[in-house]
Design a protein around this ligand. Structure first.
Ligand code: NOJ
Length: 556
């Protein structure tokens, strides 16, 4: 038990709850979630036991990408309320000991941001804050890069007669990080929020801020519109200079939490991003794990890959940096629908997947509704999809001749809208989310899957999450302890130990529909070691036998 020491920090001991404000709670009955709605539910969050709330973007935005297209970095979207509502939310959260993180979206702004409107004017001194290029002599865009949301990554601007780069939607022009004045304006804005008292940021799409110098064509374009040109703008050499400067000019002067969205960062590179002596971010959302979800629909769970990927990140950062632990967010379908079995083992699979990731070394993130085991939405037609990424795909697939039925089947299991349907508070109309008309359809299963009913049920997914949070809070070993995989090659069970200063825990999760029997060797729990399980009578059962989707935590 040679646990490698990690320095103690509040953000390592915290559990973070991610709020998608549009879908969390509607306080004024207009069908859209808002800040007063979040304030109404602070006691629910406190009771759940989380420490930090991360709010997806709450700023003025034309909502082409639901707020990830920001038109004013220092305001509040009127649908969500006012700055006074935000100040009230911050104060009321702090009064309850809850911290608040905002989403920092500075790879791009909205095309409706004043900076971009100014930059469009020929001769503007903000022209260089964005990325402008002339088209090719043959009338094509400046290069053949493709947007992450389909189609070309360039949009022609009539006013100035040049193209601008947008790695995401055409309403999300990329900021030019080579421009020092633009960077300084971003830092001033970040400091303004930090001075207001926010407790940190989740930093969006940050690995895209540096582009390949010279903006060359991709050498071998395949189906360009279908394959974003990541190799030209994802985690490019030199990006860490920008990250160092961003952190030195802002976060380094405050006791805050930072977590960067890190598409393209490998575990070998991760210590440069989150190494405790580097002065950059605290944590990353790594994307290697996201590849396990599959890009085209529901590929089910590949347990061997899951174990090797998560173990590589656990061991790779051991003693050096800190992991962000997550299985859901607003960009991926619901995990119980993707990896679990919603038909026969809904509650068991939701809780087994939960225990599997929650007790690893790192800071656990819970996405709203995950703590209830919310599932994908039963979409029945293509016009139900709201997400810009889905709408662009539908256009493109249609042009390629794909049938509606085929597109629907794909999006049913892959669309981001699955995670964005309103939070299910009660079994009543609109799941208690709004008295108005919800902006996105409520999942009909709220009649049996909702927070109010689960609060009263000791065996519920919600109460399992509460128990996990309580245990993690009570046991430093579950926060700081060393992670070691057990039963490495077992095709059904994900098992690992956590060890610190003579204390040891064992996490055992059967992630399959079949019962399991096996040997635990040195990791066999002592009698009375049982701490938590997702079957009612688990304490009395032998640890070497697990029922379908059974998960247990033992003290060794
Ligand atoms: C990642 C965000 O999580 C996603 O929702 C958004 O569409 C893109 N970045 C662009 O900002």
């Amino acid at each position: 038990m040679n646990a490698v020491a990690h320095t103690q920090r509040w953000w390592k001991e915290a559990v973070v709850y991610q709020i998608y404000p549009r879908s969390f709670m509607d306080g004024n009955g207009d069908g859209t979630g808002d800040l007063p709605g979040i304030i109404e539910q602070l006691d629910y969050l406190k009771d759940l036991g989380v420490d930090v709330l991360w709010l997806c973007p709450i700023f003025p935005s034309p909502n082409d990408d639901n707020g990830y297209d920001i038109a004013d970095y220092q305001g509040i979207l009127s649908d969500f309320g006012t700055m006074a509502d935000f100040d009230n939310l911050l104060e009321q959260a702090h009064d309850r000991g809850l911290r608040v993180l905002l989403d920092l979206v500075v790879n791009h702004s909205s095309d409706e941001h004043a900076w971009f409107q100014e930059a469009r004017q020929p001769g503007s001194d903000k022209r260089d804050w964005y990325i402008w290029r002339d088209g090719k002599p043959n009338g094509e865009p400046p290069n053949n890069w493709a947007s992450i949301f389909s189609g070309p990554a360039w949009e022609y601007d009539d006013l100035s007669g040049q193209y601008y780069l947008h790695l995401f939607s055409r309403k999300q022009p990329d900021l030019n990080w080579e421009n020092a004045e633009m960077r300084e304006a971003v830092y001033r804005m970040v400091r303004w929020w930090l001075d207001k008292g926010v407790d940190g940021f989740r930093i969006d799409a940050i690995t895209h801020i540096r582009k390949e110098p010279g903006f060359p064509d991709l050498p071998n374009p395949k189906n360009l519109s279908a394959v974003p040109s990541h190799e030209m703008h994802r985690n490019k050499d030199g990006i860490l200079n920008y990250i160092s400067e961003l952190c030195a000019e802002t976060f380094a002067h405050y006791d805050v939490m930072t977590v960067g969205e890190a598409n393209g960062v490998t575990i070998e590179q991760a210590p440069d991003w989150v190494g405790e002596d580097q002065g950059r971010f605290n944590m990353l959302f790594q994307f290697e794990q996201l590849k396990l979800w599959g890009t085209e629909g529901n590929d089910g769970l590949d347990l061997a890959k899951l174990k090797s990927t998560l173990t590589r990140w656990q061991k790779g950062l051991e003693g050096q940096g800190w992991n962000a632990l997550f299985v859901e967010n607003h960009d991926i379908p619901r995990i119980t629908s993707t990896w679990g079995n919603t038909e026969h083992y809904w509650r068991e699979s939701a809780t087994a997947i939960a225990l599997m990731y929650f007790m690893m070394q790192g800071t656990p993130f819970i996405y709203q509704g995950q703590e209830l085991g919310m599932t994908n939405h039963p979409f029945t037609s293509l016009d139900q999809f709201d997400d810009v990424a889905a709408r662009n795909l539908i256009k493109e697939w249609r042009a390629d001749g794909r049938s509606d039925a085929d597109m629907l089947a794909d999006l049913q299991s892959s669309s981001r809208d699955n995670a964005r349907t309103p939070m299910q508070w009660t079994r009543h109309t609109n799941a208690g989310f709004t008295i108005g008309r919800p902006w996105l359809a409520v999942n009909p299963n709220h009649q049996w899957l909702n927070a109010a009913d689960q609060a009263d049920d000791p065996a519920s997914v919600l109460n399992f999450y509460k128990a996990m949070i309580r245990l993690r809070r009570a046991e430093p070993t579950l926060v700081y302890g060393q992670y070691d995989l057990v039963l490495d090659d077992d095709p059904q069970v994900y098992a690992y130990t956590r060890s610190l200063e003579g204390e040891q825990f064992l996490v055992l999760c059967n992630l399959s529909d079949d019962a399991w029997q096996g040997e635990l060797g040195a990791a066999t729990p002592a009698e009375n070691g049982f701490c938590l399980g997702n079957y009612a009578d688990a304490a009395a059962q032998p640890a070497i036998e697990l029922r379908p989707w059974e998960a247990r935590l033992y003290r060794l």
